[in-house]
Every structure is written in structure tokens, then in C-alpha cells.
Design a protein around this ligand. Structure first.
Ligand SMILES: NC(=O)c1ccc[n+]([C@@H]2O[C@H](COP(=O)([O-])OP(=O)(O)OC[C@H]3O[C@@H](n4cnc5c(N)ncnc54)[C@H](OP(=O)(O)O)[C@@H]3O)[C@@H](O)[C@H]2O)c1
Length: 300
């Protein structure tokens, strides 16, 4: 098989760790990145010793820190000269949660996924302004900064690089109450990063002034939903711009990890399969698409 070099962000736990494991099993050289050195190194130790996968190395990466992105790019440049696969996995939920109260509600997975839980969750899952900013920074701007930082190396991949952006069911446009915006978001050709940024600023203003519902923004996990809607848009913009690459986004499923306070229903082994499939697409594979786990889905 070809020798691929690959970066996974947020590789120290949850879905990211499992993506690293499954790709290393396939013989890919994996650069497992994490913002916390101990957590990152412990994850690599686990893959080396418990899973017998020696082709995984740790490199620090805080996706919110430009210097950290630049150091990673420099390291890959000097050691490998290029990069074949980038999996943008790191993400945050962007809300403040009363975990005991949440457990006491005992919400079933169908209610969670349908969005009908919004009223039930009002008091236990709180969307603060600060968490919203952190969420948009991590889930959207972080992906953008890392991708831009590594793009020169991805362009050198001989068979067209693969970029996989982790999105969510919350990104599906049917969940956007504002009809006009919903229709506008369907047409990726009408968007660029500047327009995305302006929309996110408008969203934050509405949140700050308590006008989310009135203006038709999502009210269930508002910042998280917005962050993933723009991840999808950004994926389509990138795919349009870099036609030699295969650039897609994937909803991993409702996976039992810390981001959802372990309320998910499938294990990370299953949740990682979509990202792994998209990371190893053939040269004539799809690009600019949304996958619901391992199948093509409809988000816009
Ligand atoms: N679990 C689900 O049901 C589900 C559903 C839809 C989408 N997703 C998406 O799947 C992705 C992975 O989530 P998960 O379920 O595996 O959650 P998780 O277990 O909470 O993992 C999140 C990972 O992101 C890392 N991270 C957060 N901020 C970072 C930063 N600034 N720099 C570097 N790493 C950072 C975390 O690192 P630390 O350990 O240092 O905090 C952790 O490794 C996320 O994008 C999430 O939105 C998950």
C-alpha cells in the first residue's frame, strides 16, 4: 500500500483516538495531536503497547493557537515534506451543563436526536455567551486555521490529499428555523469565509441580546449547531477550491464520549468508521459531500 502520512486533531480520546487506531491498523503513519502533552503521550503509549501499533507519533497541537499550528507544519515539513490526510476532529459542545440534573432527566436517544428535548434541557444545559464564542472558535475557526496552516503540505500529496471535517446531525439545515437563511445556506457558491464570519457575528449579537428565537436561529445547542452548519459550508467551499483533493464532512453518529456527557449510544469504534472511510477514499471518490456515518447523507 502507499505510504500515507496523516494528522488527527483531538486524537487523545473519544472518536479521534479511535480514528488514529483504525488508520494505524491500515498501515497509515499517524500523527496523533493533542493540546495536552500528557494526554497525547498517554494515548500514543496506549496505541503502541496495548494495540501494538508502532506507527503513531505524538505532536502537540492546540487548534486555537496559531504558533502551535505553525510548529506542527514545520515538523511535518522537515520530517516528511508533505501530508496526505488531515482529519479535523477536535471539537467542544459549547454549553454549561449540570451533569447530575441531566442524568436525572434520563432523556432517551430519540428525544435527544429529534431536538424535542430543548424545553426539557432549558435549565440543565445553558448556552452562555462565553461558551458560544469558545465553541465557534474551536469547531469552526480552529478547523479553518489548522487547514490553512497545513494546506501547503497537503497540496504536495501526490494523489490528492484527503480532508475530513467532523460535523454533526445538528448541522442539518432542516434544523435552521430561519427560512430565508436556510435557503441561503443551501447554496455554497454564494459563501466565502468573510460572509461566514459576518453571519457568525450576527448570531453572537442575537445571543447576547436574547433574540435567538425571535430571529430564527437554532435554540437547541445554538452555538454548536451553528458551528457545525458552517463546518459543512467550509467543507463545500474548500472542495470547490481544491478539486484535486477529496474533502468531505462526516457526522460520526451519536457516540458515547465526553462531549455528550456519555449519553451517546454507539461506541467510538463505530463512530470512527465514517472518518476512516473518507480519509482513505479512492482518487475518484466523492468530494464536497456530507456523510452520516459511512453513508452519503443529506444535510443541505
Ligand atoms: N460524540 C458524538 O455523539 C458526536 C456527534 C456528532 C459530532 N461529534 C463530533 O466529533 C468530534 C469528536 O468528539 P468526541 O465525541 O470524540 O468528543 P470528546 O471525547 O469530548 O473529544 C473531543 C476532543 O477534542 C479535543 N479538543 C477540544 N478543543 C481542542 C483544542 N483547542 N485543541 C486541540 N484539541 C481540542 C479534546 O481534547 P482535550 O482532551 O484536551 O479536551 C478531545 O481530544 C467533535 O468534533 C464533535 O463535535 C461527536
Amino acid at each position: 500500500m502507499k505510504r500515507y502520512r496523516k494528522v488527527v486533531t483531538g486524537g487523545n480520546r473519544g472518536i479521534g483516538l479511535e480514528v488514529c487506531r483504525q488508520l494505524a491498523v491500515q498501515g497509515v503513519t499517524v500523527i496523533l495531536t493533542a493540546r495536552n502533552e500528557k494526554r497525547g503521550k498517554d494515548a500514543v503509549e496506549y496505541l503502541h503497547h496495548e494495540c501494538n501499533l508502532s506507527r503513531v507519533i505524538y505532536h502537540p497541537l492546540d487548534i486555537l493557537d496559531g504558533d502551535s499550528v505553525a510548529l506542527l507544519a514545520k515538523h511535518i515539513e522537515s520530517r516528511y515534506g508533505k501530508l496526505d490526510i488531515l482529519v479535523n476532529n477536535a471539537g467542544v459542545g459549547g454549553v454549561v451543563v449540570d451533569q447530575d440534573a441531566l442524568r436525572a432527566l434520563n432523556i432517551d436517544p430519540d428525544t435527544w436526536l429529534s431536538g424535542k428535548a430543548a424545553n426539557l434541557l432549558e435549565r440543565v444545559v445553558v448556552q452562555t455567551y462565553d461558551e458560544a464564542v469558545k465553541c465557534l472558535n474551536t469547531n469552526y475557526y480552529g478547523i479553518k486555521w489548522v487547514t490553512e496552516g497545513l494546506l501547503p503540505l497537503l497540496k504536495r500529496s501526490t494523489s490528492g490529499a484527503r480532508i475530513v471535517n467532523t460535523t454533526s446531525l445538528r448541522s442539518e439545515l432542516k434544523r435552521m428555523p430561519n427560512e430565508k437563511l436556510r435557503e441561503e445556506l443551501r447554496d455554497a457558491n454564494a459563501w466565502d469565509e468573510k460572509r461566514i464570519e459576518a453571519m457568525l457575528d450576527e448570531f453572537l449579537e442575537a445571543l447576547k441580546h436574547g433574540r435567538l428565537e425571535e430571529e430564527g436561529w437554532p435554540t437547541m445547542l445554538p452555538a454548536y449547531s451553528m458551528s457545525k452548519m458552517v463546518v459543512n459550508l467550509y467543507t463545500r467551499i474548500l472542495a470547490r477550491r481544491h478539486r484535486e483533493m477529496r474533502i468531505n464532512c462526516v457526522h460520526p453518529g451519536f457516540v458515547k464520549t465526553e462531549i455528550n456527557w456519555n449519553t451517546g449510544v454507539i461506541p467510538p469504534e463505530e463512530g470512527a468508521r465514517g472518518a476512516v472511510k473518507l480519509a482513505l477514499l479512492p482518487d475518484d471518490g466523492p468530494t464536497g459531500c456530507y456523510y452520516d456515518q459511512t453513508e452519503l447523507g443529506v444535510a443541505w
